[in-house]
Structures are given as C-alpha cells and as structure tokens.
Write a protein that binds this ligand. Structure first.
Ligand code: HOZ
Length: 440
C-alpha cells in the first residue's frame, strides 16, 4: 500500500489563503457552469471556494497552492488503494502505449468481465459502460425490456446518476441544494418512477400490493452513500429481493459506490444476497471512466446485439480504463478489507468521542470504509431523518477540518471514504482536527 508521506500536513488553506485555487476558480467560473464539472465539487453546500488539486498520492491531496491534505473523498470512491498506486499507474502507462482506444473487442474486456463474474456470483453476464449513470440507466432499460413493464421503484435519498427517470427525490448534489427534482426532465420521463422512503418495509409492501403487476424493477443503494452513510435495516434488502421475485419484477443493487468497497463482492457479499441485476463503477475502474451493469443471464440476453434492448458506447470497455480496473481488482486482498475495517472503527470511535467532548448533537454512521458524521441525533435511517441534520454546523465543521489539513467531503450528504493508504497516524490526526474543529 502506498503512503505518500509521514510528515504532518502543513496548515491548510483558509479562506483567502489559497490564492492559486482562487485564481483558477475565477478562470473556471468563466468557462464551466459554477466553475466545475460536477456540482458537489463547487463547495456550495459548505460555502467557500473549492480547492483545485494539483496531484494526489496515497491518502494525500496536494492543492494548487502546494498545501497538503489527508483525503477522505478518494475521488468519491474509486481510490480504495490510495491515489496513484504505483502498480496501477505502471499498468496504465503500459496499456496507453499500446493504444488508447480501439472501438473493437479486446482480451482485456474478457478478463475484466471474468474477474467481476468471479467476485459477484449474482452476475452471469455483464456489459461495460463508461460511468455509473450509464450503468444504472442501462440496467433499468434492460429490466424494463425483460419484464415488459414500465414502473420503477426507487428510494428517497438514493442517487443513481443523472438519467431523467432517476432524478426524483435523489440524494447527493440534488439533496444538498434542496432541489428534489431537476429542471429539464419532462414530466413523462419520471411519470413511471415511484419514490419510497428508504428502509420502509411497509411502504414497499404497499407499493407491491397496489401495483405489483406494473413494477419492472426496484433499484436501491444497498448501503446508501448519497445521503451520507445509511445502512439498510435488518431484512430490508432481502425483502426487496423477495417482493421482486414474488411479483415478477427485478431487483437492482446499485453498487457503484459499495461495489468492491464493502467487500470484494460488494454489499451483496457482505449481506449474503443475490440481486437480479447489479451496477458497478468507481473502484472497478481503478480511477478511470469505467462502469458496468450485469446480472442474470436470461435478463442480460435482452441487451443488443443478443436482444432488443439497445445500448452502446464508443469508449465502453476502453482498454486503458479496463487495465486500471484489473490492476485495482487484483489488489483487493482480505488484508486490505481487514485494514479498512480497523481504520474505520478507529475513525468512528474518534469522531464520536470528539462530538461528545464538544457536546455537539451528532451521530456517526459507518459501514466498513464508508462513514458519515451527521449533525443530528440519529440514527439516520431515511432521507427524512438525514434531512434533519444541521447543515450550517456541518459547513463550520468542514471549514475547520480543511483549515487543519483534512479534506472531508464538502456535503453533509456524501459519505467519506477510507483507503488502504490511510494510516493509524492519519486517523489520529483526523480525530485531533475534528476535536479542535468542533470545539471551535
Ligand atoms: N455524485 C458524486 C458523488 N456522489 C459526485 C461526483 C463528483 O463530483 O466527482
């Protein structure tokens, strides 16, 4: 595992103390909406300007002003080995020298699919795409094509990318900005989307009782990361799978975030479940634009060119991206997950103790290497409960952590991620920063 440096991070940028980032943000704002290519990065949910990152190594980010941070964003999930793992970088460099994109099949894609099939017993066949959004959008199309039904059930606070039918009561950036739905989505596109409270077994049973024959699929994050870290209540995931089976609908586990993070085989391995379809992204691409959807062979056979459900992409299965993915998947050892569990438990204890010491109303929720400090009493089981968080307090916490050299996700409603490159010392420093930030 790489560990970029053991030296303590220098004092980090405070407002007005990151001139290079500030200048870049001014330039960016003239040419990119909000100065960014993805909304959460703009720091609007926490105030202040975003830091522009010059490079990253291990568990460290270095901004354009040369300040160093312990990173808990991890590129929003992919960096499970830490940033710029030397073996992954070397593999990518070699692959790039052989050609960047062919638009034709490669052996690499076959190895990639075989590797994922071995890790995910629920997946017989899969299709590579370039982003999590494409993966969920395509899985839903396959589910609708297979069942011949239109209705999609999702859960409030779960975010499954930015395809039209999914921007209904979604989490992540939409939650932060208080916009439950996006403009520009035709009414018809979301008409068949039914959004229910997460972890609400009764609501799900009622939906199936009322419309079971119309439901094509139920999609969910098996552990939610996009309203902060929210675990499923015992039995909830199994109920989703059971009800789908009973009513001829398909269960879709969106494991873009949890896949290969909560275990090599994702949340489904951790909870011992087999959904009909699974979406993967982030870690499986090793930091490159690569994602996949897959599942039961009879369902996947509806996908073109075998079946009538069309879906395609010039960069799907891109050889350089697949190489990064394979080099990462090869390094997901049992030791890594033990380490993540140990570090996660230490961080959880430390954050909880810091909140208690500062008499701050807060709760810490964690599953493996996904963790959130919610500024509400908790437990947080649903979007209704997550949204009671004191986001002003979160903003102050975020600024305090940044000022102390810790790069925490810039939103109350995004999970923080640990990597194998974090050290016990990093955790101690992070907890110390948290204690000071909360006291201040
Ligand atoms: N929606 C992503 C996290 N849940 C944010 C991706 C990004 O800004 O890079």
């Amino acid at each position: 595992m790489t560990n970029a440096t053991s030296a303590p991070p220098p004092a980090a940028a405070r407002p007005g103390r990151a001139p290079a980032s500030r200048a870049l943000f001014d330039r960016a704002s003239a040419v990119l909406p909000g100065g960014v290519n993805s909304p959460v990065r703009a720091f609007r949910a926490v105030g202040g300007d975003p830091l522009f990152i010059a490079r990253a190594e291990g568990a460290r980010l270095f901004d354009a002003d040369g300040a160093e941070y312990i990173d808990y964003v991890g590129s929003w999930g992919p960096a499970i080995l830490g940033h710029a793992h030397p073996a992954v970088v070397a593999a990518v460099q070699e692959a790039a020298a052989r050609g960047l994109s062919f638009g034709a099949p490669t052996e690499l894609e076959v190895r990639f699919a075989e590797t994922l099939r071995a890790l995910y017993p629920s997946i017989d066949m899969l299709r590579c795409v370039s982003s999590g959004t494409e993966a969920t959008m395509s899985a839903i199309r396959a589910a609708r094509g297979f069942t011949g039904r239109d209705v999609l059930v999702k859960f409030e606070g779960c975010y499954h990318g930015h395809a039209d039918p999914l921007l209904v009561k979604a989490g992540s950036g939409l939650a932060t900005f208080g916009a439950p739905d996006s403009a520009g989505v035709p009414e018809g596109a979301a008409r068949n989307t039914l959004s229910l409270p997460y972890n609400d077994a009764a609501a799900l049973e009622a939906a199936f009782a009322a419309r079971g024959g119309d439901i094509a699929a139920v999609i969910l994050e098996p552990v939610v990361g996009n309203m902060g870290c929210v675990p499923p209540e015992p039995g909830f995931l199994a109920l989703v799978i059971d009800l789908c089976r009973k009513h001829g609908a398909l269960s879709i586990f969106d494991e873009v975030m949890t896949g290969c993070r909560l275990a090599r085989g994702g949340a489904q391995e951790r909870f011992g479940l087999r959904p009909d379809l699974t979406t993967l992204g982030k870690i499986v691409g090793g930091g490159m634009p690569l994602a996949a959807y897959g599942g039961r062979a009879d369902v996947m056979r509806v996908v073109s060119p075998l079946g009538p459900v069309y879906q395609a992409g010039t960069l799907s299965g891109n050889p350089v991206a697949v190489t990064a993915g394979l080099a990462t998947l090869e390094r997901l050892t049992p030791d890594l997950y033990e380490r993540l569990e140990r570090l996660g438990a230490a961080l959880e204890r430390g954050l909880r103790a810091a909140a208690e010491a500062a008499s701050v109303t807060a709760c810490v929720q964690r599953v493996g290497s996904m963790i959130t400090l919610f500024f509400t009493r908790g437990p947080v089981r649903s979007w209704a409960e997550a949204s009671t968080s004191d986001t002003k307090r979160f903003s102050a916490f975020h600024a305090g952590m940044l000022a102390r050299g810790v790069y925490w996700p810039p939103s109350q409603y995004e999970a923080a991620f640990l990597s194998g490159a974090h050290t016990e010392q990093d955790i101690e420093r992070t907890v110390a920063a948290c204690r000071e930030a909360l006291a201040a």
